[in-house]
Design a protein around this ligand. Structure first.
Ligand code: G1P
Length: 339
């Protein structure tokens, strides 16, 4: 580390206040983002980003580099998530982090010496890239000291919510859901049907055991352009033969504040962990409306090399600088491998 950095562990009120102040100042100059702020901004202020995992599927790189900082071309996955949260109009990014993963929060700190150097050398494009993080929702560290599961991680974020927040979004940084913006659509569904709305994909039946799986029925009350289903139940990582469908949860949740109360009442489930899925299932049992929006797009799993590599290729091919060359080289590589 070659720049001065405030400590990021725990929820430091000083850092929070300072960052909210900076963020508010920044927002007055942020015309492009302001225009993206629809009615959604009135509702979702906080996006919860669980990022405390050890990244075991990505060892050995994750011995020292948090997987959320691995670049998709040149931009870490965590910044892509923060961009999606900005698009939703959120003010705060509650990043659930582990004691050994402070770099994830540090990534959002300003780096004045680097900015000065780039400015002096006229490297405006790079300067713009470095400054991009200044225009994102305010990151707040919420430390999870023990790996007790996704449900536990999400539950910890309640401490950063204001009293008037009755809905939160959860975005899992492993899941890159494209095109970006599915949660904005989920907001529209919630505006019509209330309750909680989750993003779903259909996967081949034999793959359902990796996911939270939905038991669904038609949603006759929904009138709109998206594919929306009502959720009757939800089960985390079922055996293939027990799965109620092949519609699975994929990393984007719009949850009513009632979720935090439900999270207090669940017991360890699949894998011995406190599961977000079980808290959602509990809410459904108690009559809380839960719907899925079946996403019309694609998804990359950044949490393991098998999903990360295609994501980098996908973003690389779309990149105006790297795309043309990559296309040519990929064809050569495919030929070489007889593919
Ligand atoms: C988590 C959730 C699961 C969801 C999945 C989507 O599982 O628990 O319900 O389907 O994310 O990526 P994980 O992949 O963290 O084991």
């Amino acid at each position: 580390m070659c720049w001065e950095k405030p400590e990021t562990g725990g929820v430091s009120m000083l850092i929070i206040l300072e960052k909210i102040l900076i963020s508010n100042l920044k927002k007055s100059t942020l015309n492009c983002m302001t225009s993206a702020k629809t009615h959604a901004s009135l509702s979702v202020k906080t996006v919860i980003v669980p990022a405390a995992g050890m990244g075991t599927r990505f060892l050995p790189a994750t011995k020292t580099i948090p997987k959320e900082l691995l670049p998709v071309v040149d931009t870490p996955g965590i910044e892509l998530i923060a961009q999606e949260a900005a698009q939703l109009g959120a003010d705060k990014l509650a990043i659930i982090t582990a004691p050994k993963k402070r770099e994830v929060l540090a990534y959002f700190d300003r780096y004045p010496a680097l900015e000065t150097m780039l400015e002096a050398r006229g490297k405006t494009h790079q300067l713009e890239k470095v400054r991009n993080t200044n225009n994102l929702p305010t990151p707040i560290a919420v430390e999870q000291t023990e790996p007790l599961g996704l449900g536990h991680a999400v539950g910890l974020a309640e401490q950063v919510l204001d009293d008037d927040e009755n809905v939160v979004a959860v975005m899992l940084p492993d899941d890159l859901v494209l095109p970006m913006g599915v949660v904005v659509k989920m907001m529209e569904v919630r505006a019509q049907l209330g309750g909680s709305v989750l993003c779903a994909f259909e996967v081949p039946h034999e793959e359902v055991y990796n996911y939270g799986v939905f038991d669904i029925e038609d949603a006759p009350d929904y009138h709109g352009d998206y594919v929306v289903k009502k959720v009757r139940g939800m089960v985390e990582k079922p055996a293939v033969d027990d799965a109620p469908s092949n519609f699975v949860a994929t990393g984007r949740y719009l949850l009513d504040r009632a979720i935090f109360d439900a999270l207090q009442r669940i017991t360890p489930g699949a894998g011995g962990e406190l599961q977000l899925t079980d808290a959602i299932a509990l809410l459904i049992d108690e009559g809380h409306p839960v719907h899925i929006l079946v996403h019309d797009g694609k998804r990359h799993d950044l949490g393991n090399p098998g999903g990360y590599i295609p994501a980098v290729v996908d973003f690389g091919l779309a990149d105006p600088v790297y795309g043309p060359h990559l296309k040519k080289v990929l064809r050569e590589i495919l030929d070489e491998h007889g593919a």
